[in-house]
Design a protein around this ligand. Structure first.
Ligand SMILES: [Zn+2]
Length: 318
């Protein structure tokens, strides 16, 4: 047994579930992953690597930075997206929900904050839809976002500082699973929201078919960049525990939880395989992701939670 704590709920981190390895940027180091008996989340135990070098943490994001896109490639990407959306309607639900929030006077036209905004792709899209957008991003991709004329601070959520009640909408897309203290992050999100404002939280979840089937090869495990893989109920209680009211929760997994896992299982590293092949694999696995979404067992979940209109922030004195 270990002394480490479950990063989702604070209980003992629990028994060893599997031993993870960085498969995106293949390295020999191993990381025990422990499963919490109280909330069912998995915590990546970095005890034996207390000082993870920063260069281990950024490979994923560099991998995702768009390279120079030719017109043919842009068309291929658009066609493949259209096919994926047709085969897996849940994949588009996130965007449709964002669109619907524009009709919510407690949310829009107040400013929105995109936490971990990367190169600003979502911010740009939302700005184009009339939102007033701000972002924070600790990684190198912040430079790309700034070069696009976006207002982005180069900080993590732990260092960011905004006046209370600044935003009508706070987006945390694949953020909480990277943090040592997700509960503190959620408290900040609560404080930054205006009363009636909405938090849109999306992340990979371990109580999913892909996590169970692929185990240590599951691509969204992504150790050591991911520190905690929440269960659905753990994420829900974390948000509710901060005072947010859960309005909606849905599985919106896409092929990404499946095809790279399959590639890892076959001993491939993503960088060594042609992009077109990976894109085809993604398409191939999309119907499978759609089925897991219908069954509520997709490996990605979105939660929409609202700060109640009349309630003092539990942490406003902090
Ligand atoms: Zn737990």
């Amino acid at each position: 047994m270990s002394d480490s704590r479950c990063l989702a709920c604070g209980a003992d981190a629990g028994r060893l579930v599997l031993v993870a390895r960085d498969r995106l940027v293949p390295r020999p180091e191993t990381f025990p992953v422990r499963g919490c008996s109280r909330c069912g989340s998995w915590t990546v135990d970095l005890e034996s690597h207390p000082r993870v070098p920063p260069e281990w943490m950024h490979g994923y994001y560099e991998y995702h930075d768009p390279a120079h896109r030719s017109r043919v490639r842009a068309i291929a990407v658009a066609v493949s997206r259209a096919l994926r959306y047709a085969a897996n309607p849940a994949q588009d639900r996130y965007w449709r929900r964002l669109e619907a929030l524009r009709a919510d006077p407690l949310v829009f036209p107040h400013p929105l904050l995109d936490i971990g905004c990367g190169n600003g792709e979502l911010m740009l899209r939302l700005r184009g839809r009339g939102w007033s957008v701000k972002g924070i991003e600790p990684g190198k991709s912040a430079e790309a976002a700034r070069a696009r004329g976006l207002e982005v601070e180069v900080v993590g959520i732990e260092q960011a500082s905004f006046p209370d009640e600044s935003f009508g909408l706070v987006i945390a897309n694949h953020v909480l699973e990277h943090l040592e203290a997700p509960s503190q992050a959620v408290e900040r999100i609560f404080r930054w929201l205006k009363p009636g404002g909405v938090a849109l939280v999306r992340l990979p979840v371990c109580d999913s078919v892909a996590a169970r089937v692929f185990g240590r090869f599951w691509s969204q495990l992504d150790a050591p960049r991911h520190r905690v893989l929440f269960s659905r109920r753990a994420l829900q209680s974390l948000l509710a525990g901060s005072g947010l009211a859960i309005e909606e929760r849905f599985s919106d997994a896409y092929g990404f939880g499946i095809w790279p896992s399959f590639a890892y299982m076959c001993g491939m590293s993503l960088g060594s395989v042609p992009d077109a092949f990976l894109r085809s694999l993604n398409l191939l696995f999309t119907p499978l992701a759609a089925v897991t979404n219908l069954l509520g067992t997709g490996d990605q979940v979105t939660i929409i939670a609202r700060r109640p209109r009349r309630m003092a922030s539990p942490t406003s004195s902090a």
